[in-house]
Design a protein around this ligand. Structure first.
Ligand code: F6P
Length: 549
């Protein structure tokens, strides 16, 4: 028992029952599970919004799923979910509510934080964003010299970059193609250099995105961007037409020199990695227009409502979260691959890395004690067909268990030529073939039957039994993107709740920030930094020597 009155997760009867069940299942193969139930391919599927989710190729039976749901119930997942939606301060280490779901609440909804309905403020900011986006898109908002804004550069990092950058790529087919959008995050000066080198400052709008407005990378890049602009335009007054801010920190925005009238606000109950549907999405809204942005929010809301109300048996985020627990905690899987079969989703997994790994990469539980179970997995992956010619070998024939999500679409985006559209079936043939090969493999007998010489049979055998989820949607629309992101947000929530960790803080990124600040004078001035370890000292000395100044 813990100080918080909870039984340690690994001492609950539900956990023990799952461990026993895992032993009993032994090495049962997906081939056997399918052979035993001809209806499995349709029975083990769910729908939410536009998403068709096939979980039949998982190493689970009805009993496994029941036991996992019992674990969720015993660990208070549903209570915590309801507390989140109610606006309670479930981010306990930061004493904050967790209300990204309020960002997509309908105008007439009521979501209270400390007795105050936050929905009117959410919609006021959305309306302000829409007004601004329309003015930029129509050319009514001009730069300092009167030229139309043709380039938008988002300057931010982490959640203030990955979300808008990912969504811009995903929804490229919906963007205003006459405008250029760039995303600068890295404090490596080459990032900003490459982003602006071919742009006309008089036509460029910088959106400085930072929840705290204290993040060193963003403030440094924004300062350099301002110098770039002023070097060309030569008038401090230009900043007001070429810089806007997205932040919770009006004081710091003003201190930086951005008029707070040009600030789009959000709130401390929006975590950075859960924020691109807030003001942080302004660059995306300018790219796709307010109507499409609202369609995306509608998509989020479909999955929010589903997560909040669907029974456990048909609750998709719950299911995906529990499947991850099954593999991480009972099969010792260390990583989870997300493999989209859409080139537009090329940044999707990078976005999910922050969402999942910054949320659930924790070894200390809500009770302040070290956990005795695996928490968040390593999340990785790139668009599927490219991966097939790179790392799929290891998934098929390596020694590691890598559960994977395959995400695909029935129709290509409308603007492709007929010839390019025709390639879609080939893309999707790969999509279906891969999950089939991963699940069922190829037996030595099947290999021999092809006349393969005996010494090559082991090399050409595929054991199979690699679990995958298939997520299939009709088409990649703004709404479908919202649905997908909400699905993963809530999956991460479920896992954090079961593991009894606070998925909404990120103390683990602090130490590196502090040390970077401490080491910097050693690099710039050759200062003697107290307490520097021998390795870092030698590395810094070598760096200075190689740098030659
Ligand atoms: O990496 C830590 C972090 O705080 C993330 O959680 C956040 O998304 C990112 O830095 C950027 O923070 P900010 O939006 O405050 O600049």
């Amino acid at each position: 028992m813990n100080a918080d009155g909870r039984t340690r997760l690994n001492q609950t009867s539900e956990w023990t029952a799952l461990a026993k069940h895992r032993e009993e299942l032994g090495d049962v193969h997906l081939r056997e599970l399918f052979a035993a139930d001809s209806g499995r391919g349709t029975a083990y599927t769910l729908r939410v919004g536009d998403l068709y989710v096939d979980y039949s190729k998982h190493l689970v039976t009805d009993d496994t799923l029941r036991l996992l749901r019992e674990l969720a119930a015993a660990t208070g997942v549903f209570g915590l979910r309801d507390a989140m939606f109610r606006g309670e301060r479930i981010n306990s280490t930061e004493n904050r509510a967790v209300l990204h779901t309020a960002l997509r609440a309908s105008r007439d909804a009521v979501v209270e934080v400390d007795g105050e309905n936050v929905v009117p403020s959410v919609h006021a900011v959305l309306d302000k964003m829409a007004g601004f986006a329309d003015r930029v898109r129509s050319g009514a908002w001009t730069g300092h010299t009167g030229k139309r804004i043709r380039n938008v550069v988002n300057v931010g990092i982490g959640g203030s970059d990955l979300g808008p950058a990912m969504a811009y790529e995903v929804l490229r087919a919906y963007t205003d193609r006459s405008m250029t959008f760039r995303f600068v995050s890295n404090v490596d000066g080459s990032d900003l250099h490459e982003a602006v080198r071919d742009l006309d400052p008089a036509e460029t709008l910088f959106i400085v995105a930072s929840k705290t407005f204290t993040t060193i990378e963003t403030v440094t890049n924004a300062t350099s961007a301002r110098s770039w602009l002023l070097d060309a335009l030569g008038d401090e007054a230009a900043v007001a037409r070429h810089f806007v801010a997205l932040s919770t920190n009006a004081g710091k925005v003003a201190e930086f020199g951005i008029d707070t009238a040009n600030m789009f606000e959000f709130w401390d109950w929006v975590g950075g990695r859960y924020s691109y549907d807030s003001a942080i999405g302004l660059s995306l809204m300018i790219a796709i227009g307010p109507d499409r942005f609202r369609e995306m929010l509608d998509g989020f809301r479909i999955v929010d409502e589903h997560f909040r109300t669907a029974p456990a048996e048909s609750n998709v985020p719950l299911l995906l979260g529990l499947l991850g627990i099954w593999y991480g905690n009972f099969h010792d899987a260390q990583s989870h691959a997300v493999l989209p079969y859409s080139h537009y989703l090329s940044r999707f997994t990078a976005y999910l890395q922050q969402l999942d790994m910054e949320s659930n990469g924790k070894y200390v539980g809500r009770d302040g004690r070290e956990v005795e179970w695996q928490t968040g997995p390593v999340v990785w992956g790139t668009p599927g067909t490219n991966g097939q010619h790179a790392y799929y070998q290891l998934i098929h024939q390596g020694t590691k268990l890598i559960p994977a999500d395959f995400i695909g679409f029935a129709r290509p985006v409308a603007e492709l030529s007929d010839e390019l559209k025709a390639q879609h079936d080939l893309l999707m043939a790969n999509f279906f073939a891969q999950t089939q090969a991963l699940a069922f493999g190829k037996t030595p007998e099947e290999v021999r039957a092809e006349g393969v010489p005996e010494e090559l049979v082991p090399h050409k055998t595929f054991k199979g039994d690699h679990p995958t989820t298939t997520i299939l949607a009709p088409e990649l629309t703004p709404s479908v993107l919202g649905q997908l992101v909400a699905l993963y947000e809530h999956k991460v929530f479920v896992q954090g709740a079961v593991w009894n960790i606070d998925s909404f803080d990120q103390w683990g990124v602090e130490l590196g920030k502090v040390l970077a600040k401490r080491v910097e004078p050693a690099l710039t001035e050759g200062a003697e930094v107290e307490g520097l370890d021998a390795s870092t000292k030698a590395l810094v000395a070598t760096y200075r020597e190689l740098r030659g100044r």
